[in-house]
Design a protein around this ligand. Structure first.
Ligand SMILES: NC(=O)C1=CN([C@@H]2O[C@H](COP(=O)(O)OP(=O)(O)OC[C@H]3O[C@@H](n4cnc5c(N)ncnc54)[C@H](O)[C@@H]3O)[C@@H](O)[C@H]2O)[C@H](O)CC1
Ligand SMILES: [K+]
Length: 450
């Protein structure tokens, strides 16, 4: 599974806006479909490597892309068959089918498979889940290599519905831009390797896949404080905060102080009693404060979170600290990153609807903070509408304590003084890169070891 890095992601509505802008600049929808069909034909040609191809065409423009590709493949000499689910229902699809010179089989339970199946049944226009009969027909093709056009049929392009496509793809060719379905579960897992075909639209880049992960090198004139000083505040379960502090140092902070713990995870970390916390919050060198790991909800947490908010320091709030800060966050002028996992998000923001991206964006607006909505399909959202999607991440990170490590990495990136969204993106990228590098047998402690 893979996703092109730093690629734009558009919802169906944004895609229609981009199409309309293209039309104003003189590129018709029909030309866009020609570009899409050509890209599908190229990918299918390479995947089939001479073997027969079966192209499944639906009634809409996704089917139109399929007919265009079929004709191009046939002209190149490929052994291509077409099976249709229904008559074309759009002008463009009708025109595309008229250009296909071969026969059109009816797609049903009798349809013979081929080594490569091109799934051009439904794209982003799907308005309800696939009928059971069609789903069963498609499952019969599971032994073939599958190329999905735009999205695997049955997926909700916007990722708001949890419909599961019955025929998972080996390769999905995203047209013009990625769609939320490519980066959100459950559909992302059915997309296989996602490739992006530029079909001629210019996409808004506010919402993107995670950029390629490049560890930032310290400046030649760096010293420990210019690299960022992080203050981690431990709660009653200091083990979690120790991981957080270690992660902050490992992720590049120049100086890390752990308050409220008796053990230093590394000799290089300064450990102090919790009585020093107030004093440290006044330390102008502290560039970010992390609170929440190992700190259950209660008066003590509330008191400490209040103190952090009063300090105006850039802050990372994890676990119960998120809910503790919520009433004041939007009015507190500070840079903040929140790192809720699914359960914390649902408890803290119960009244949000739509896809995980929609909900992360709404939470960011509500709190005026950067929200890192964790999971296998982590979403990072800023109050100004920027979004980064981290799918496919690293499944080795699904183990206890890795969230504490991520909070520390966010602290390290935030303490450098830049934009909190960029800091969160860098932290999530660092976390995934560590997860991928370590792989089998990973435990959270490994993420902070050399
Ligand atoms: N956006 C672009 O720049 C381009 C996109 N292209 C392709 O077009 C599809 C989207 O096409 P659209 O016609 O809007 O929708 P679909 O083909 O996905 O299907 C809609 C079609 O199906 C009917 N329908 C919806 N749900 C169901 C269902 N569950 N069962 C049966 N039928 C259903 C609906 O009534 C319509 O008739 C996009 O993904 C790209 O592949 C073009 O290439 C041009 C450029
Ligand atoms: K499709």
């Amino acid at each position: 599974m893979s996703i092109p890095p730093d690629a734009p992601i558009l919802t169906g509505a944004a895609m229609r806006e981009a199409e309309a802008a293209c039309a104003i600049q003189g590129t018709s929808l029909s030309e866009l479909m020609d570009h899409a069909g050509a890209a599908v034909a190229d990918t299918a040609w390479r995947m089939a490597a001479g073997a027969p191809i079966l192209i499944l065409c639906g009634p809409g423009n996704n089917g139109g892309d399929g007919y265009v590709a079929a004709q191009m493949l046939a002209e190149r000499g490929a052994n291509a068959r077409v099976a249709a689910l229904a008559e074309p229902a759009t002008k463009l699809a009708t025109a595309a089918r008229a250009r296909w010179n071969g026969p059109v089989e009816t797609l049903d339970e009798q349809t013979k498979p081929a080594p490569l199946i091109v799934d051009a049944l439904f794209g982003v226009g799907l308005s309800r889940p696939l009928a059971d009969g069609l789903a069963a027909t498609l499952r019969r093709f599971a032994a073939s290599r599958i190329l999905a056009v735009d999205v695997p049929s049955g997926a909700d392009g916007d990722g708001a519905k949890d419909w599961v496509p019955p025929l998972p793809a080996d390769v999905t060719l995203a047209l013009g831009a990625l769609k939320p379905a490519h980066v959100l579960l459950p559909t992302a897992a059915a997309c296989g390797r996602v490739l992006l075909a530029p079909i001629g639209i210019s996409a808004n880049r506010a919402m993107r896949s995670l950029p390629a992960i490049r560890p930032a090198k310290p400046r030649p004139d760096a010293h420990k404080f210019s690299r960022g000083m992080v203050l981690v505040f431990a709660g009653p379960m200091p083990g979690a905060a120790e991981l957080t502090a270690a992660a902050a140092l490992r992720a590049g902070a120049g100086y890390v102080v752990l308050d409220g713990s008796e053990r230093a995870p590394f000799a290089a970390i300064i450990v102090e009693g919790e009585d020093k916390f107030g004093e440290r919050l006044d330390d102008p060198r502290v560039g970010a404060v992390v609170i929440g790991p190992g700190f259950p909800a209660g008066d003590e947490l509330l008191f400490d979170v209040e103190a952090v908010l009063d300090s105006g320091k850039p802050l990372v709030l994890d676990a119960a600290a998120i809910a503790a800060a919520l009433p004041r966050l939007s009015e507190t002028p500070c840079k903040a990153i929140l790192t809720p996992h699914e359960g914390e998000f649902a408890r803290t923001f119960p009244q949000l609807y739509g896809s995980k991206i929609d909900r992360a964006k709404a939470a960011a607006v509500r709190t005026q903070a950067v929200v890192v909505y964790k999971g296998a399909d982590t979403i990072i959202a800023a109050p100004d509408g920027r979004v980064a999607a981290a799918w496919p991440g690293s499944p080795w990170l699904a183990t206890a304590g890795t969230g504490d490590v991520l909070a520390g990495a966010c602290g390290a990136m935030l303490a450098r003084g830049g934009d909190p969204f960029d800091a969160a993106v860098a932290a999530v990228g660092w976390h995934i890169a560590r997860g991928q590098a370590i792989g089998p047998g990973l435990v959270a402690d490994d993420l902070v070891r050399a």
